[in-house]
Ligand binder design. Structure first.
Ligand code: GDP
Length: 196
């Protein structure tokens, strides 16, 4: 019920513009086109909350959604942009690293990956920053509706194995914004981090 009250709070181009750092926050990251916006909309039971299919390389901002007075969900800028300049990439890297490292209210990091090609270099970089910041991780392997059961199981095993030595708790879930596979499990994990 608590996800259903999600509403846009603010957009921040840099850390100075982020809302007051108190309460509880969970951030959602993902490559452009991985299905991050669709996952956020599914989690919050709202079609148009996070914009889907954004043009890669558009102004990169952190989008804050209010869940209640002391809880927020944060849509981190998409990554994996082929067409943007090196300086924009470097700016993005610095912003992500600093946000993950210094945001006190941040209680967990969700990384959305296409189940058909998870753990790309840039995904691993994001996961590495999360681990360095000592954040528990929820890896959502989305678009699972596009794979058969055996292939879903193989992808889950591959990703779990790759993260088995991580120094933070890691949950890996097969997910679909279309079939809603894994939705409740993902909501439960996020609620847990938000101390709901
Ligand atoms: P974002 O760039 O990571 O925010 O990705 P979007 O949420 O905009 O999704 C990118 C594309 O993948 C869109 O065409 C979506 O309709 C599609 N998509 C997203 N999630 C799913 C899913 O779970 N299943 C399927 N089949 N398509 C999806």
């Amino acid at each position: 019920p608590f996800f259903q009250r999600a509403a846009f709070l603010s957009a921040a181009p840099d850390l100075a513009a982020t809302p007051d750092d108190n309460g509880y926050e969970v951030a959602v990251a993902g490559r452009s086109n991985a299905g991050k916006s669709s996952a956020i909309n599914a989690l919050c039971h709202q079609r148009g909350l996070a914009r889907t299919s954004k043009t890669p390389g558009r102004t990169q901002q952190l989008i804050f959604f209010r869940l209640d007075d002391e809880r927020r969900l944060v849509d981190l800028p998409g990554y994996g942009f082929a067409k943007v300049s090196l300086s924009i990439k470097q700016r993005w890297q610095l912003l992500m690293e600093r946000y993950l490292e210094h945001r006190d209210s941040l209680k967990g990091l969700v990384v959305v990956m296409d189940i058909r090609h998870p753990l790309t270099d840039i995904d691993q970089q994001m996961i590495g920053w999360g681990i360095a910041a000592d954040l528990p991780l929820l890896l959502l392997l989305t678009k699972a509706d596009k794979l058969k059961r055996g292939a879903i199981a193989r992808s889950l095993t591959e990703v779990r194995k790759a993260l088995s030595a991580a120094s933070v708790p890691v949950e890996v879930i097969a997910f679909s914004a279309v079939s809603r596979l894994g939705l409740e499990q993902a909501q439960d994990q996020i609620s847990d981090w938000l101390a709901v």
